[in-house]
Design a protein around this ligand. Structure first.
Ligand SMILES: [Zn+2]
Length: 569
């Protein structure tokens, strides 16, 4: 591959302290380098444009059984947004449940080069990896579901941290997963009996453990193993008015856990917008974002992503089966609920966020309040929890709201006045600058994920770069439409040193790399675990243990992140 120079752009590289300086980015052998022979290199003229590391989305749903159920459930979604093939790209469908190829193209068109699939049921791991392989351009990881897994509950109940840690290491390897995902811990297990949990100290049937025990045990195990990312937690009581209290209780529960070396966080709270509601019911619901922000501002062990709501028709999908049933009852919309034996569950329900719906107007404001009231952009990240809050294709719109109070005000005037009365958004003047946008969309997310070669443009970083056609020296927040336009169609997206998007069009679609965490644990701990797994697999699973782990054939392009879990043993 030829080397490449991205020349003369205004570079925003927060991890290296670069904030809009004009400089060249040199790429050779797929990596950012300090020097190269300019005569040999292809030059990308970025003068007058914004240059950032490739976008890193730390929470999205783009592959596997759940999104696939969404595709099947929603023919109307496809009809709205058919995508024809070109000489280079394949046909597909878009909107809220895009087909695999379209997801890859569209993320790249926005300047994103890495995306994390946020919920992988272990038994569905092969399906996840098959679809990730069909998703071009993007590097990715998948987060394995642990919070309602039979073995997790069994070892938490026994108080056996050794077995729990061994199980985490083994299951991440077996599924080629990257991080520990927890969804409504205990609630999804109870849903098998038609129930849920209502707080951190309710009990899980048959196991007699509480969500608090599940969360703290997994968080402790996660940090002792030294995994690159913290636990990735979808809190209990999602979508329930008043749930901000549960969210703060949850953050408080993991406050005293010792983080792994080199980080301060012990938990990442996902799509917090859905878990920041104050009030007692849907009639008097109001924003709890300010209270969450106050807690996060005062404590350094929490990161979160906003899960911004977008006024559009979308498809919600989550491992939180009981919530999805509730949403079906709230809306009357068609629904799917599924149980993944021994491991997890899921639900899918189409949903439309409406401007004239007071609860939706409040939800819209909450995401932005979280992003604007939490001072430290290294701890609050931009997501829509695609497709739950809305499709990722709306990221440029979210960027315009973050960067422009005028953009927010114009939307506020169009939507239900509950937004004015029951949120603090109208009184917030903060506007993000380009450096902060680069932080919440790539630098901070890569850092939180522990992806060392991503989210920055220093020597040794992956040659993933996005160039946006907007001049930051000649830009004011009132010109938010320009920023939305520029971030919608990257002038260039460069992936591993190869130009994949030019002027908003896909010009190359190389395969991406699947990154997973390979955790080493003591041999005797692994042997003890295997004996226990074998017995229970024989008794309870419909698949034999030998057939369970994902074979390497499922990951043609992979990168193993080696973690030495023995150090904290
Ligand atoms: Zn999610």
């Amino acid at each position: 591959m030829r080397s490449l120079i991205v020349k003369g752009g205004y570079v925003y590289d927060p991890l290296n302290g670069v904030d809009g300086e004009r400089m060249d980015i040199l790429i050779s052998g797929g990596k950012v380098v300090e020097e190269l022979d300019e005569r040999e290199a292809k030059v990308v003229d970025a003068s007058g444009m914004v240059v950032m590391p490739g976008g890193v989305d730390l929470h999205s749903h783009i592959a596997g059984s759940k999104i696939n159920i969404g595709r099947v459930l929603r023919p109307e979604d496809h009809r709205k947004d058919p995508v024809p093939r070109t000489r280079l790209t394949r046909s597909g469908v878009g909107y809220s449940c895009p087909s695999t190829f379209v997801a890859g193209y569209r993320y790249a068109q926005l300047g994103y080069t890495s995306v994390m699939e946020a919920a992988m049921p272990p038994l569905g791991a092969r399906h996840v990896h098959e679809e990730l392989n069909d998703t071009p351009i993007l590097d990715r990881t998948a987060f394995t579901l642990f919070g309602n897994n039979y073995f997790t509950l069994k070892y938490v109940k026994a108080g056996d941290m050794g077995m729990l840690k061994a199980f985490i290491a083994w299951l991440l390897r077996a599924t080629r997963g990257y991080a520990v995902k927890i969804v409504n811990p205990g609630g999804v297990e109870n849903w098998k009996w038609g129930r849920n949990v209502g707080g951190l100290d309710d009990l899980v049937y048959n196991f007699e453990v509480s969500p608090r025990q599940i969360i703290t045990s997994l968080a402790r195990a996660n940090e002792e193993l030294g995994l690159p990312h913290t636990i990735h937690l979808h809190c209990n009581n999602l979508g329930v008015p008043g749930n901000y209290e549960t969210t703060i209780d949850t953050m408080e529960a993991v406050r005293d856990i010792k983080p792994r070396e080199g980080r301060r966080a012990t938990v990442h709270i996902v799509h917090c917008q859905f878990n920041a509601l104050d009030g007692d019911n849907w009639m008097n619901v109001r924003s709890g974002a300010a209270k969450i922000a106050r807690y996060v501002n005062a404590h350094s062990h929490v990161t979160l992503d906003i899960g911004q709501a977008i006024f559009t028709d979308t498809t919600t999908m989550t491992g939180d089966g009981p919530w999805q049933f509730r949403l079906h009852n709230l809306t009357g919309n068609k629904w799917v609920n599924s149980d993944v034996e021994m491991e997890a569950g899921a639900g899918v329900v189409p949903y439309t966020f409406r401007k004239n719906n007071p609860a939706n107007a409040i939800q819209w404001a909450i995401g932005l309040e979280l992003a604007l009231l939490i001072y430290d952009p290294w701890r609050v990240y931009m997501t829509t929890d695609h497709p739950n809050g809305g499709p990722f294709t709306f990221y440029p719109k979210v960027i315009s709201w973050l960067m422009s109070r005028k953009a927010r005000t114009e939307t506020m005037l169009e939507i239900h006045k509950a937004c004015m009365r029951r949120t603090t958004l109208a009184g917030i003047y903060r506007e993000y600058d380009f450096g902060e946008i680069a932080t919440v969309t790539r630098a901070a997310t890569a850092k939180a994920l522990g992806l060392k070669d991503k989210g920055h443009l220093g020597p040794g970083a992956d040659g993933d770069v996005s160039v946006y056609d907007i001049d930051p020296t000649d830009w004011r927040p009132s010109m938010y439409r320009q920023v939305e336009k520029a971030f919608s169609r990257a002038a260039y997206t460069i992936k591993g040193g190869e130009i994949v998007v030019k002027d908003g069009e896909v010009v190359a679609a190389p395969p991406g790399t699947t990154i997973w965490a390979d955790v080493k644990i003591p041999e005797d701990a692994e042997e003890e675990l295997m004996r226990d797994l074998e017995a229970d697999f024989r008794s309870y699973y419909t698949i034999s243990l030998a057939n369970y782990p994902v074979q390497d054939e499922y990951l043609p392009v992979q990168e193993r992140v080696a973690v030495d879990g023995r150090r904290g043993w």
